[in-house]
Design a protein around this ligand. Structure first.
Ligand code: TXA
Ligand code: MG
Length: 357
């Protein structure tokens, strides 16, 4: 299949919308990462997304809308399904964060086929803020199921070029938009209980949600839990894999799959920034001496880290690096802030191959 490149213009977005409406696949920019879109109400179109990504079909998709009224097309926000408090939370969150990088897990409506939700009776809904994404959804005239537009297991694409690298020949179209502002995927929050639970951390943090909703918000797991308890300078890969990953009930099915992994071997150095960098440099010299091509990743602040992490991982692979040595930003985390969300991605990218310094 030839992948048509669309420009970020009204005429081209209209043409791309027609492809979606007729059951085809189009990748498009959002404020978080590029998405791979299909008509969320068309089971056959959605199954093509799983095939194009090489994604297991029990990993459900996020359904994107461009108008708050369409929430009721895909979800059931009603008292027969939810407590009053939960409904109140949902509307407050929509008011505060939509359009934007927040995805709410809600009871699904009958119109959403089971392939879209991986067989779950819930649906993840997001109203993105990127104008191109919104116009595309509007022109398609249907809610759009869209996972990140990477091949399954690879880092999410944050540029049009990286999207094309993975999807060329696998999809009907790609809208060539700008690089993504945020750089990591949306915050996924289960809103069905009166206490919301964050399943995947993102730019919108626990504190942001608590402030807007006026209720306590839980994180499904903490950073300490993901790092594990080794702390003795040994890679904690094994301890995490054996003691944690299997134990985590995959409320969000995406949690159980290998994610964001570059081709290169990746290690994350945790600890004070200067010390971690020093250790990374020592390790880089050791690896270079045995002929490896090595890339050190260090970021000025957590926002830049979010913006650049996936892009840098892909660039390191393109440059043929054998090893990526990343300096963590966990020290700059303030109560589950964006540094926490970045570390969630960085640790997964490295397969939890961690050195504490
Ligand atoms: O920022 C984003 O969210 C991007 C852009 C394109 O919008 N999309 C994205 O989709 O990251 P994806 O498919 O790569 O990740 C969706 C995550 C997965 O971890 C999936 O398991 C979870 O959301 N998810 C989807 N539906 C769910 C549901 N009904 N219940 C729990 N988790 C769900
Ligand atoms: Mg993804």
């Amino acid at each position: 299949m030839k992948t048509k490149i669309f420009k970020d213009t009204i005429e081209d977005i209209e043409a791309a919308g027609r492809i979606l409406a007729s059951g085809g696949l189009v990748a498009f920019p959002t404020e978080t990462v590029y998405g791979l879109g299909a008509n969320a109400l068309d089971g056959e179109a959605v199954s093509k997304v799983y095939r194009a990504k090489g994604r297991p079909s029990d990993n459900p998709m996020i359904v994107h809308i461009s108008d708050i009224d369409d929430l009721h097309v895909v979800a059931r926000v009603s008292e027969d399904k939810l407590q009053k408090k939960a409904i109140e939370n949902i509307y407050k969150a929509a008011e505060a964060f939509w359009p934007g990088p927040l995805t709410m897990v809600l009871p699904k409506s009958d119109r959403v086929p089971e392939v879209t939700t991986g067989g779950l009776d819930t649906v993840a809904v997001r109203f993105p803020s990127n104008p191109t994404a919104c116009l595309l959804i509007e022109k398609a005239g249907c809610p759009i199921a869209a996972p990140s537009a990477n091949l399954s297991g690879k880092p999410s694409p944050t540029t049009a070029l990286h999207t094309l690298d993975d999807m060329d020949g696998r999809i009907e179209g790609l809208i060539w938009g700008d690089d993504c502002e945020v750089g990591i995927e949306s915050t996924v929050v289960d809103m069905r209980d009166s206490t919301p639970v964050i399943l995947r951390p993102g730019k919108i943090t626990v504190k942001d949600l608590e402030r807007a909703l006026g209720v306590k918000v839980r994180l499904h797991y903490t950073l300490e839990e993901s790092i594990g308890t080794m702390g003795n300078g040994e890679p904690s890969h094994k301890s995490y894999k054996e003691s944690r990953e299997e134990d985590i009930v995959p409320i969000s099915p995406g949690m159980k799959y290998k994610h964001y992994a570059p081709e290169a071997d990746m290690t994350v150095f945790l600890g004070s920034r200067d010390k971690a960098l020093k250790m990374a440099e020592i390790e880089a010299n050791r690896l270079k001496a045995i002929g490896h091509k090595v890339q050190i990743l260090i970021f000025d602040n957590p926002e830049t880290a979010a913006h650049d992490l996936f892009r840098k991982l892909r660039e390191a692979d393109k440059a043929g690096c054998d090893d990526i040595l990343a300096v963590g930003v966990e020290e700059q985390d303030k109560d589950g802030g964006i540094a926490f969300s970045v570390m969630n991605r960085m640790l997964k990218s490295a397969g939890h191959n961690i050195r504490k310094v």
